[in-house]
Design a protein around this ligand. Structure first.
Ligand code: AMP
Ligand code: MG
Length: 411
């Protein structure tokens, strides 16, 4: 291990410590399902109905009674059942009912024979295949029983969950309130987008990136702008953020330079839980507690800021809302094409392109230069290549772990 990486905390330890300290919020609100996308359920959701709620046909065909088909005589068609328009007449012996998919199965029917297994015989039909009791009939409650739990508390509501609620007639859902997250960038060199750049100035990327990701995660963003590298201005920003937010996020000034005040501020206004991670990019990351809010000091380099937000802040926010499902996709082992530079000592998150080769196997290659200022690497990549702490250079054909991007970085 490089000597200067001793004393750095591993990502796993950092996450475990951070998540171990946080108790999820319990404040909830009731929302229409049309406004609940991306929110987290505050309690379980119980189905108010059986699904399906009545026996219905799985096929276009004919509803039959087994007693009527024993003698193999043609069955005349005594009526029709359509979706939304049940059959409601007399059903004489020796007849069948024309039925469409989704239509209520007439009382007394034993099976539905699909159209393709019948032949027309004048006004009547003949059945051309064996019939089993219950075939092609969807029974009430077969999919979901009334009273069954359909979603657990802590479920993130997305395109799989909300339509399910709609199908049950559940119009409102109880969710955890939005998190309030205060964001500011620090640095005398920073200019907001839209202003001309003076000598030595750069645009503030981090506040933009972090706000965007926070919005995507359904948080309320309190944007405190750009704060100069001045202890008084920083103290005021820390205090203002802390008085309004559940989580305070800063970027920059978290390293060991002469204008780096973040850790000092955290120490004087709250407490530092850990500082400096054995990851690359993203070593200068501080986590702690202010009076009212959790605090994360993101590194200044935009790639490092985005990476630490993604790997650390994202799970923190999920824990605060009580989200149960994993926020990051599982890692997988695939073969590397091309080679990678790496020195042992830190867990490395290189940006990679995961694809399927001509043989149908997954493989990954680097996006190219991996400097922590090369933000374009994110837009070319669709995954992280996660290289173990002790590992050195990686040769073509070696196995590496990849972690596909989730929706926060994709699209
Ligand atoms: P610092 O940790 O404050 O020394 O910042 C490390 C590097 O990241 C420096 O090159 C800064 O100019 C740059 N940097 C800091 N904050 C931002 C930001 N919000 N947007 C873009 N670059 C930044
Ligand atoms: Mg700075």
């Amino acid at each position: 291990m490089e000597p200067f990486t001793t004393g750095l905390i591993s990502l796993d330890d950092a996450l475990a410590t951070m998540l171990g300290q946080i108790t999820p919020l319990t404040d909830d609100e009731t929302l229409s399902i049309t406004d609940a996308a991306g929110r987290i359920t505050a309690e379980e959701v119980i189905s108010p109905i059986d699904v399906p709620s009545f026996a219905n046909s799985a096929m276009d065909g004919y509803a039959v009674r087994l007693a009527d088909i024993q003698n193999e005589k043609p069955l005349y068609v005594a009526g029709k059942a359509f979706a939304g328009a049940p059959f409601s007449g007399e059903w004489p012996a020796g007849s069948c009912i024309r039925i469409m998919t989704g239509a209520p199965v007439p009382p007394g029917a034993d099976a539905v024979v699909m159209q393709e297994q019948t032949e027309q015989d004048g006004e009547a039909i003949r059945i051309t295949a064996p019939v089993a009791a219950g075939q092609n009939i969807r029974l009430p409650g077969e999919d979901i029983r009334r009273g069954a739990r359909v979603l657990r508390a802590g479920t993130r509501l997305g395109a799989a969950e909300l339509p399910l609620l709609a199908s049950l007639g559940v119009a409102e859902v109880n969710v955890i309130r939005r998190l309030r997250v205060a964001v500011f960038s620090t640095g005398d060199e920073l200019q907001p987008v839209g202003q001309p750049l003076g000598a030595g100035q750069i645009y503030d990327t981090n506040r933009f990136a972090v706000s965007l990701m926070l919005h995507k995660l359904g948080c309320e963003v309190i944007d405190l702008g750009i704060i100069r590298d001045d202890p008084d201005a920083l103290r005021a920003a820390f205090q203002q953020a802390d008085s309004q937010a559940d989580v305070t996020l800063s970027s920059g000034g978290v390293s060991v330079g002469e204008a780096d005040y973040t850790k000092q501020m955290l120490e004087s206004l709250g407490e530092v839980t850990f500082w400096k991670l054995a990851i690359k990019p993203g070593k200068p990351f501080a986590f702690g507690r202010l009076k009212n809010s959790w605090f994360c000091g993101l590194p200044g380099n935009p790639v490092s800021a985005a990476l630490t937000f993604y790997q650390l802040v994202q799970p923190l926010l999920a824990k605060l809302t009580g989200q149960q499902s994993a926020v990051l996709p599982p890692r997988q082992r695939v073969k590397l094409t091309g080679s990678l530079k790496k020195s042992p000592g830190r867990l490395d998150f290189q940006r990679g392109i995961l694809s399927r080769n001509a043989e149908g196997e997954m493989e990954v290659r680097s996006t190219g230069p991996q400097g922590s200022h090369v933000f374009s690497s994110f837009s070319q990549a669709n995954c992280f290549i996660v290289l173990e702490r002790e590992r050195g250079n990686v040769n073509a054909g070696e196995w590496v772990e990849v972690e596909p991007f989730n929706a926060l970085l994709e699209g």
